[in-house]
Write a protein that binds this ligand. Structure first.
Ligand SMILES: [Zn+2]
Length: 467
């Protein structure tokens, strides 16, 4: 048995996660993400797929974030028709997120055509709603910790990764002629202590490890995160305006709601309205009820009673476009949570368009902002950002909180790696920007003295020969 891997994305970048595992003539794709952020990355979404799509037999998904699943409709459009394995919550989330992604692509193309700001005469979406729906019949849900036979010589197992609902690390077990080998794809690793999600699974043995490195070069500051959040909210509201929080509809929004309920109850922040302006966040919140065994919350946390953590009296879910636009009339004493979390599209754009220009308003970042995104530009203090083809001046206050990321920080990633009892043959540091991935690889070398490498986009590596 000969085994190779080809890095089709998520190599020296945080988006476009796609790793092609070639086991003799079998080709398995782990994750199928969309490139986001920098233009040079986004343009890769439009390139021909780097390998013949029809030769890929199976896709395995670690979790439902767009940088891990967002290319699936294109893959299916190009001829992929195999099974796509993932956990049950991931299956549901994939459907919600791909429909949203398709809608965003359609809207963007339509808007570019109307305003004529695209360089293309006839801007087209990368894929549309029909393409997204074509993915659904191929999805095959599998439980955690259940060995699944891809064929007689390849088995896979999904393990909780603690990053978002249903997120997994994926173990691939190869039954070679003479030896058994284990390859582990970490997926995105969550926090060791989270009020909603269980801690990521730790592993004791793997021959090859692919480890993410989003925060591979930094530790989240220690401290009282709840106190920091209450201080930030109070400071923002005292400016006389509203607080706008761009947040991923999956995970970050729910975590913010969870903490805000505590802060309101403990009277650490005022009893203000909290608008959730994302129909997707509404659907996602429902999945916590459906998949009760996948997280720490109990039934009574998930209704709309006094114990509810996602639907208490302060919260107003805004579903329709009209309801969303009405929020623009709210001038003070409100918190608005909307997506996308990195300000790349969705309803957050019209809020930014209105609120960035108001000196009394505040924008608060609570999640990772990738290179090249509007979120990163605002965070880095650019005086204006482009929205709907116009330059919008940033006059509002800009705040950032580090403690609420869905990703393990450097110290937590090292804790995850420390669980291995024997040295792996090879570690690949993936899913991190170049600096973060490189620094983390140096740290691994220093601390464990393992063979470690930071692969490049489209590189191929031999993993095993003649096993
Ligand atoms: Zn993720």
């Amino acid at each position: 048995m000969n085994v190779r891997v080809k890095f089709l994305g998520g190599a020296k970048s945080v988006s476009g996660s796609r790793y092609l595992l070639e086991v003799d003539e079998h080709k398995i794709l782990i994750d199928c993400g969309l490139f986001q952020g920098l233009k040079e990355l986004r343009l890769r979404n439009w390139d021909d797929f780097p390998v013949a799509v029809s030769e890929i037999e199976t896709v395995l998904l670690t979790h439902a974030h767009i940088d891990h699943i967002g290319y699936l409709p294109k893959l299916v459009k190009e001829g992929f028709h195999g099974n796509i394995y993932c956990t049950q919550p991931t299956e549901d989330l994939v459907k919600i997120l791909l429909l949203d992604s398709a809608k965003l692509q359609e809207e963007e193309a339509l808007f570019a055509r109307k305003k004529g700001y695209s360089k293309h005469a006839e801007p087209k979406p990368l894929y549309d709603t029909r393409d997204a729906e074509a993915v659904f019949p191929l999805l095959r849900p599998v439980p955690y910790n259940h060995p699944l036979d891809i064929n007689s010589r390849i088995k896979v197992r999904f393990h909780n990764a603690g990053h978002i609902l249903g997120a997994s690390s994926i173990e691939v077990i190869l039954n070679g002629n003479s030896q058994e080998k284990r390859i582990l794809f970490s997926g995105d690793i969550g926090r060791m202590e989270d009020p909603i999600l269980y801690a990521p699974t730790l592993f004791e043995q793997a021959d090859i490890i692919f480890v993410e490195s989003t925060y591979g070069d930094r530790d989240n500051p220690q401290g009282d995160h709840k106190k920091e959040l209450s201080e930030t909210i109070n400071r923002s509201l005292q400016r006389g305006g509203c607080l706008l929080i761009p947040a991923f509809a999956v995970g970050r929004t729910q975590l913010m709601l969870y903490f805000m309920k505590e802060l309101i109850e403990e009277k650490l922040i005022p009893d203000v309205s909290v608008f959730i302006d994302s129909p997707m966040a509404f659907s996602v919140t429902g999945l916590y009820k459906k998949y009760i065994e996948f997280h720490k919350l109990k039934e009574h946390h998930l209704g709309s009673n006094d114990n509810a953590v996602f639907d208490y009296k302060n919260i107003q879910y805004r579903q329709s476009q009209e309801q969303s636009i009405q929020i623009n009339d709210v001038k003070s004493n409100a918190i608005i949570i909307s997506s996308s979390g990195m300000c790349t599209g969705g309803r957050i754009l019209h809020h930014l368009y209105n609120r960035l220009q108001r000196s009394t308003d505040t924008i608060l970042f609570v999640g990772y902002q990738a290179e090249g995104t509007r979120g990163r530009r605002i965070l880095e203090g650019e005086p204006s950002v482009r929205i709907f083809g116009l330059d919008v001046p940033v006059k509002c206050s800009v705040e950032k909180l580090e403690g609420y990321s869905a990703h393990a920080d450097r110290e937590e990633l090292l804790r995850w790696l420390s669980a291995f009892r024997s040295s792996p043959k090879q570690v690949f540091v993936v899913h991190g920007e170049k600096q973060s991935a490189t620094k983390f690889a140096e740290t691994i070398k220093e601390k464990f003295n393992w063979n470690v490498e930071v692969p490049d986009y489209l590189e191929t590596r031999e993993l095993f020969r003649g096993i």
